[in-house]
Design a protein. Structure first.
Length: 459
RNA sequence: GGCGCCUUGGCCGAGCGGUGAGGCACGGGACUGCAAAUCCCUGUAGGGCGGUUCGACUCCGCCAGGCGCCUCCA
């Protein structure tokens, strides 16, 4: 299994044996507002990785976090007059619901900054001891000069960084590139902890170093997140972590998922194209969303449009329809060699695609090619069984689709309505029969009229 | 300005130095109720101009267009 590594810009083999743990850390979000479509993309990409590692026999340990101590959270909580951690928790809960809606497998742990403050203080003390950080009246800063390879991940030279270093000016910084590990409490701030440097709170970045080492160990097998985190977040994490440990690498491979766009534009509230978790759960179907967001190579941008969403709905319905039709196969027989060969080919192709830097588009094509050669109605029961196992593995276990549809309408009621419709058809009352079929169709029930009579299944 | 990415048929999207996957939509056919679903068939598609090569969509250069990051950001 190999993955493209952002740091070395090359493919890195994951040298693991079946049963081995594969420890990964994926940067989570700052719960100051509703999660959105972009978070879904990242969650789905790493869910695919999580699932694939699992089915390939590894023991994935996925660690993620909430940055629940942050400027924006403090700002919002003051506006709303509630405790910052209560505000954060509100959105964390929404995020969990969102993940559940998307059928994302839970991580091994979701940690919060507020839960690891003592660990953070300890790590900052060590960094100061080692000469990688220094305390000032407005906080503790990491000394970028003390870490010569700074800029390697984001491919930025010292000069680039100097030019770019323009915000968060502090008269106490020794170098404009230095960043805060600990921020001294400002008068209006409503959350703080005591520390050797006075009351305050951690800066961004440091929590991921602390939590990943605490829960995942060192080095990590992989570290990931959205590509917008490459700089400065991950760059700073590397500096902190490797400075702390005294050796690298912090992570064996850096995986970054591409950004999501809405109708070709960046998603922004100001552009009016912001799609929140709440919107998504009301308006979109999780299988189709999954298909759409995983149909593109994970490092590339994915563009969400209503049109591409509709295409995804169609595709997923076709797949579910195929799966449902396998249940209607009743011909007895053994598995023919040719059929077995097609399935074996599909399975091999599927696995190889994902093993090659998670090529989900190619893996999906392998599924389509396989079932495209094996129309459900031409199979016998044993073959259908084999196909069902193939689809359970590829579509459900790895891609995370839910193929079993909820029983919105009772089976017996459907059977009765289908029977009623058959009588209507015998009486050549096609208009009424079609209407009945349409109504059932809107509840996800497909009726097929065959020579042997009508049959139905759910999509 | 610096660093980097992208441009494939109507739409979405792969692989590959040697006549271009897969999906969705469209069209034709079978079946049928001149229906739906299903099945079969159907597409001279890789921004432009050069170069390398026996041969390039695939490598190199230039140009055009689109985009990301440059300390809020999944």
């Amino acid at each position: 299994m190999r993955f493209y590594d952002t740091l070395t810009r090359d493919y890195v083999e994951i040298n693991k044996r079946p049963g081995d743990k594969v420890v990964g850390y994926v940067c989570g979000l700052t719960p100051y507002d509703e999660p959105h479509m972009g978070h879904a993309r990242t969650a789905l990409v790493f869910d695919l990785l999580h699932r694939f590692l699992q089915v390939r026999g590894y023991q994935p340990i996925l660690i993620s976090n909430f940055t629940d101590v942050d400027d924006k959270i403090i700002e919002r909580s003051i506006q709303k007059g509630i405790h910052p951690l209560a505000l954060a928790e509100q959105y964390e809960r929404l995020y969990y619901r969102f993940l559940d809606f998307l059928n994302v497998k839970p991580a091994y742990i979701y940690s919060r900054v507020s839960q690891v403050i003592p660990d953070i203080i300890e790590v900052i003390e060590k960094l100061i001891e080692k000469g990688h950080a220094y305390a000032t009246p407005d906080g503790v800063y990491f000394s970028v000069q003390s870490f010569p390879s700074y800029g390697r991940l984001s491919k930025r030279s010292e000069e680039d960084l100097m030019v770019g270093a323009r915000v968060e000016p502090s008269p106490y910084k020794k170098d404009p590139r230095d960043f805060a590990l600990w921020k001294a409490r400002k008068p209006n701030e409503n959350i703080w902890w005591k520390s050797p440097w006075g009351e305050g709170r951690p800066g961004w970045h440091i929590e991921c170093t602390v939590m990943s080492i605490k829960y995942g160990g060192y080095p990590l097998d992989f570290h990931g997140g959205g590509s917008d985190l490459v700089f400065p977040h991950h760059e700073n994490e590397i500096a902190q972590s490797e400075a702390l440990m005294g050796y690298g690498p912090f992570a064996k491979v850096w995986l970054h998922s591409g950004m999501l766009r809405i109708r070709g534009e960046e998603m922004h509230k100001s552009l009016g194209n912001f799609i929140s978790a709440t919107d998504i759960m009301q308006r979109y179907e999780p299988n189709a969303l999954r298909y759409l967001l995983l149909s593109v190579y994970y490092r590339d941008e994915v563009n969400f449009t209503e049109d591409s969403y509709e295409q995804a709905v169609q595709t997923v319905n076709n797949l579910i329809g195929y799966r449902a039709r396998l249940d209607l196969v009743h011909t007895e027989g053994d598995i023919r060699e040719g059929v077995q060969a097609v399935i074996d080919w599909g399975l091999r192709e599927f696995n190889e695609a994902l093993e090659d830097d998670l090529n989900s588009a190619k893996a999906m094509a392998a599924i389509h090619k396989t079932i495209g050669q094996l129309p459900a109605d031409e199979l016998d029961k044993a073959e259908a069984q084999e196909l069902k196992a193939f689809l359970k593995y590829t579509l459900e276990d790895v891609f995370g689709f839910r193929l079993e549809k909820s029983r919105g309408v009772d089976d017996r009621l459907i059977a009765d309505l289908v029977e009623l419709r058959s009588r209507l058809r015998q009486e050549r009352r096609f208009e009424v029969a079609d209407m009945l079929r349409q109504v059932l169709g809107s509840h996800g029930v497909v009726i097929e009229d065959t020579r042997e009579g009508s049959r139905w299944y759910r999509i």
